[in-house]
Design a protein around this ligand. Structure first.
Ligand code: PLP
Length: 451
């Protein structure tokens, strides 16, 4: 690691001059310099100054098996020595991608057994957009093009992902986005459901989807896109009534349901997929991140029989794909990742042991004067910071408060992300009870410093 020995200032200066960071205000970053992350193990990261940081976000919701898993490295190495690359276009396949497709089909809900590979969550979303629209075209209903999604949702940064996402600032940049996308309100009861029980609110927000379908005409609507739990939107956990009602509505009007499992997939909520946790029966599912625990980039769309059979029978060639669709090394890592999740019973542990423990310990922060509500499931959680608890009053500049809290966390050895004034957590699934205790203590300290 003698490159690291050049010192923090060296890397920060090189970074300032050449590295344009995603989702970053470059001027603000350059004024202070990026923190240089140099190594990792388990749930911990270290920076170039030797400080240890507990990663409460599993990278970007992806390092589900934690850092430093030798087996994943070995899977990549072995595959790269044998066959580092070959494509899955033009009448060929590769063993890891075929094996991975079968392994994904085995853990997805029944029927979702055809798998199309891409490299990122955004590409998977673009793939799903093209699939649902092409499906209706080959079914003789080409006017069914509209996609209904939710405000404040995040589905990626390609034009397709930006278009079906509900992030205002993102949608506003870069010129026209895709047409035929409609946004409805998110099912965020604590933030927006005053005067209603969570159950009533869940139904009300689901029925906005019905109203939108009726407004556009069912013959114009292709699909509803949604994450089981909106992650990057602030860990928005829907009331229990929401998804069953959305499903009923989709069926009534013959609209497809596309579950974006990029964050919820591979154990985050205590089941293989968030769809299973919420009783959703999607027609398609996108997945990425936890598919390979982030060790190499890979994503996929799992497609149900109705859409898959029709497209394969009637569309002829689906003119879509990426050079690295089903990249052998990434596929080998993902395959090993799935094997480890199974062999070590990691998802059962999230559901039955460490998830409940994490939620129970996090709930102890509810008494803090800044904390309006702690909500979570499995190993994902959102903490709403409020100006006043009773009567409930949100901050006028929520982004500022969230950033202050986030920075106190980061400066004191914890990654906790801020979405406005909602603090979010999604630690590696392998976190231990002792590490959960440490995480909660560090979060409590940051809240004290923020208050
Ligand atoms: N969908 C969801 C739900 C996500 O959270 C993300 C990324 O955070 C994406 C899609 C986009 O994934 P990627 O960043 O891999 O393109």
């Amino acid at each position: 690691m003698n490159l690291v020995n050049k010192g923090t200032a060296y890397w920060q200066e090189l970074d300032r001059q050449h590295h344009w960071h995603p989702f970053t205000d470059t001027q603000a970053l350059n004024a202070k310099g990026a923190r240089v992350i140099t190594r990792s193990k388990g749930v911990y990261l270290w920076d170039s100054e030797g400080n240890r940081i507990l990663d409460g976000m599993a990278g970007l919701w992806c390092v589900n098996l934690g850092y430093g898993r030798r087996e994943l490295v070995d899977a990549a190495t072995q595959q790269m020595l044998e066959l580092p690359y070959y494509n899955n276009f033009f009448q060929t396949t590769t063993v890891p991608s075929t094996e991975l497709a079968a392994a994904i089909a085995q853990v997805t809900p029944a029927g979702l057994d055809r798998v199309f590979f891409a490299n990122s969550g955004s590409e998977a979303i673009d793939t799903a957009i093209r699939m649902v629209r092409t499906f209706w075209a080959v079914e003789g209903k080409p006017s069914k093009t509209w996609i209904i999604s939710r405000k404040n949702s995040y589905h990626g940064s390609t034009i397709g992902g930006t278009s079906v996402g509900g992030q205002g600032a993102q949608r506003a940049q870069g010129g026209p986005i895709l047409p035929d996308v409609a946004l409805v309100d998110q099912p965020f009861w604590y933030g927006e459901g005053d005067g209603m029980t969570p159950e009533e609110f869940g139904l009300e927000r689901a029925r906005q989807i019905e109203d939108k379908i009726l407004e556009l005409g069912a013959d114009k609507v292709a699909a509803v896109f949604g994450e089981p739990i909106q992650g990057a939107g602030g860990v928005i956990i829907p009331p229990s009534t929401y998804w069953p009602e959305v499903m009923r509505i989709c069926r009534k009007y013959d609209v497809l349901l596309m579950a974006d499992e990029v964050i919820c997939g591979f154990g985050r909520t205590g089941n293989w997929f968030g769809s299973q946790t919420f009783g959703m029966e999607p027609d398609l599912m996108t997945m990425a991140k936890g598919l390979s625990s982030g060790y190499l980039p890979i994503s996929a769309v799992a497609v149900g029989r109705r859409v898959g059979d029709s497209l394969i029978a009637k569309a002829g060639e689906f003119c879509h794909g990426f050079t690295y669709s089903g990249h052998p090394a990434a596929a080998a890592v993902a395959l090993r990742n799935i094997e480890i999740l199974k062999a070590e019973g990691i998802i059962d542990r999230v559901r039955e042991d460490i998830g409940p423990y994490f939620q129970e310990r996090l709930a102890t922060l509810s008494g803090h004067p800044l904390v309006g509500k702690v909500e979570g499931m499995g190993l994902i959680a959102g903490i709403s910071l409020v100006d006043s608890k009773s009567p409930k009053k949100f901050f006028e500049a929520p982004g500022k408060v969230g950033q202050i809290c986030r920075d106190h966390c980061f400066n004191n050895g914890l990654v906790m992300r801020a979405v406005g004034a909602r603090m979010v957590l999604a630690p590696p699934l392998v976190i231990t009870r002792g590490e959960v205790d440490e995480l909660v203590a560090l979060a409590g300290k940051a809240l004290d410093l923020t208050a």
